[in-house]
Design a protein around this ligand. Structure first.
Ligand code: NA7
Length: 555
């Protein structure tokens, strides 16, 4: 263990960047494993996604108790989630509680945005610079910077000319925005847009929703957790943890055992009703087994959802605009909603279909389309994120021979396990590109566990530098790319990076899912880390075991 601190420079074993759900867990695990640790966080508080996305209506669409940490039985027992799908303030409180409870705050430096990270090849250490003038030297750099952490603002002419207030859902201010009596626009109808729209619709003077692509929104079906359910959760902790730690997507929902046309028309409609009333992601994970593979089966469910939209939204023209015509259910990450379609029945809410009337420009007073200028007081950008690689490529990371990660990945990311990339030894990025798709904390947690086990292995075997081999990286990246054609989420999804103009079209999740991750991690352990090049930058101590065959030794 090594920790030194001077006025301008600090040295630690493990430097974590990002105090989101992954970074906090990594900090905890690395410290518990006996490493000296520091976490740098750009925000003025911890929480990551749950710090920045504090817009009205922001909430989980994974069940709260399946999203929270499972590493401590005591933590699980003492935190009573209020709702099956917790709202942002509760999650932010929870993450602050975790930091306090495990005394992690003293290892966290807030308000410190990483602007550069350079590898010192001689020592195998990283020198990391922050915008507050600090510099940290670390043997291992763990970028837990998230996949949805760089907000995207479309390049609309005149955007800077607008004189009203403007906010991005992913950069929401700490002090509440006063919507009362204001003329408001929401641009974007992804998961964030469809959460904020019903939340503010009753408060504003007018709400104009600018929709480019309609989404297949279905009810979240949130409700408070009853005292009986709280007791059941505690009694069933071990069983629940087992399911969550091994299931495909990290949810409790059980897969269905029937395909669409195993059922009669009547049974099918009853099942669709049951799905409509089911919680959150179960509409993907517990649906008919052929929902995502048989277009005819998928169309049946889409027709059912379209019927629901038509039955809720009173204006037929608005209803038709809200029904997707260009993609099937599940081709994009489906949002889950509370009162979304109902909001369009309010007299003060209107929908602009950007395919029919695109935004021409911003004016100082509002937004201009072919229909004229809509005068506005507040514009909400719910236009998403530079997914997957956005944060990593903006951190100024430079590896061997000064190679910039942004250049290394100019054509899209190449990784092994979504955790390491060649030419960047001792850099890990759990929860980054090529991670699995599902309930984020579960598979990001798998990656953090692997990183921590790896660091312990290195220490135990006298190594201090680890770099994935190009064979392993190519194998994993090929698996991701080849699997992308049959991945759950289709090419129009931001999971391919296609929402960002000029971004290479590459699949940014792990198309092999969690099972592939588990399999490869087991293989790494069984083959004594042969996928990696393990070296030591200083002579092994007498107590250290000899280098394994084939391992390189650096002076
Ligand atoms: P999303 O899901 O990426 O949604 C972004 C929305 O913004 C979506 O409706 C986009 O339409 C729209 N968008 C993007 N660019 C434009 C332009 N130029 N003009 C108009 N509309 C635009 O981001 P969210 O924040 O809602 O959700 C992100 C994740 O957070 C979500 O998956 C959950 O994991 C939580 P498009 O569909 O591209 O036509």
């Amino acid at each position: 263990m090594n920790e030194t601190s001077g006025e301008t420079q600090k040295t630690v074993d493990v430097l974590v960047v990002g105090a989101g759900i992954t970074g906090i867990y990594q900090l905890y695990r690395a410290r518990e494993a006996g490493f000296s640790v520091l976490l740098l966080e750009a925000g003025d508080g911890v929480g990551g996604t749950w710090y920045w996305n504090r817009y009205p209506g922001a909430r989980f669409d994974s069940e709260s108790y399946t999203y929270g940490y499972l590493f401590s039985r005591e933590l699980f027992d003492e935190w009573e989630w209020q709702e099956h799908f917790a709202e942002q303030p509760e999650t932010e409180r929870y993450l602050n509680h975790v930091v306090e409870r495990f005394d992690l705050g003293r290892h966290i430096r807030l308000g410190a945005r990483v602007t550069a990270a350079h590898l010192d090849e001689r020592s195998g250490t990283w020198s990391v610079v922050t915008d507050d003038g600090g510099e940290v030297r670390a043997r291992y750099l763990v970028a837990a910077t998230g996949v949805l952490s760089v907000p995207y603002f479309p390049d609309v002419p005149g955007r800077e000319d607008f004189r009203g207030e403007a906010y991005h859902t992913g950069l929401w201010p700490a002090s509440p925005v006063d919507f009362a009596g204001k003329r408001v626009a929401v641009i974007g109808t992804g998961s964030s847009g469809v959460q904020i729209i019903p939340e503010i619709a009753g408060e504003v003077a007018s709400l104009t929703v600018y929709q480019r692509t309609a989404n297949w929104c279905t009810p979240l079906n949130n409700r408070p957790i009853t005292p009986e359910e709280q007791a059941q959760l505690r009694a069933g902790f071990e069983a629940m943890r087992e399911i969550l730690n091994t299931s495909l997507a990290g949810f409790l929902h059980q897969p269905h055992d029937r395909a669409t046309f195993d059922d009669s028309e009547e049974e099918r409609q009853a099942f669709y009703e049951q799905m409509w009333r089911s919680p959150g992601f179960s509409k993907l994970t517990s649906h008919y087994t052929d929902l995502l593979v048989d277009p005819v089966a998928n169309a049946g469910w889409c027709e059912f959802v379209a019927g629901k939209v038509r039955s809720i939204v009173r204006d037929p023209a608005t209803a038709e605009k809200l029904i997707p015509k260009d993609h099937r259910f599940g081709e994009k990450r489906p949002p889950f909603v509370t009162g979304y379609y109902e909001a369009f029945n309010r007299p003060n809410v209107s929908l602009v279909d950007l395919h029919q009337t695109p935004i021409l420009r911003f004016t100082p007073d509002g937004i201009e389309t072919a229909d004229g200028v809509q005068e506005l007081d507040i514009v909400v950008w719910a236009t998403g994120f530079d997914f997957g690689t956005g944060a990593l490529l903006r951190m100024g990371i430079h590896g061997r021979d000064g190679l910039a990660l942004a250049d290394h990945w100019a054509g899209g990311p190449s990784t092994f396990l979504g955790i390491q990339t060649t030419r960047f030894p001792n850099l890990f990025f759990p929860g980054g590109p090529h991670a699995a798709a599902g309930n984020n904390p579960r598979y990001n947690g798998d990656q953090v566990d692997f990183v921590t086990d790896t660091l312990v292995y290195l220490r135990d075997h006298g190594y201090d530098t680890i770099e994935v081999g190009s064979d392993a990286e190519e194998r994993w990246t090929r698996m991701v790319d080849e699997g992308a054609a049959s991945a759950v989420f289709g090419e129009i999804s931001y999971y391919f990076g296609t929402n960002i103009p000029g971004k290479p079209r590459r699949y940014l999740l792990n198309s092999g899912g969690r099972p592939k991750l588990f399999k490869e991690i087991a293989r790494v352990a069984a083959t004594d880390y042969r996928a990696f090049r393990l070296t030591r930058s200083r002579p092994a101590s007498a107590a250290s075991p000899p280098l394994r065959a084939g391992a390189a030794v650096e002076p």
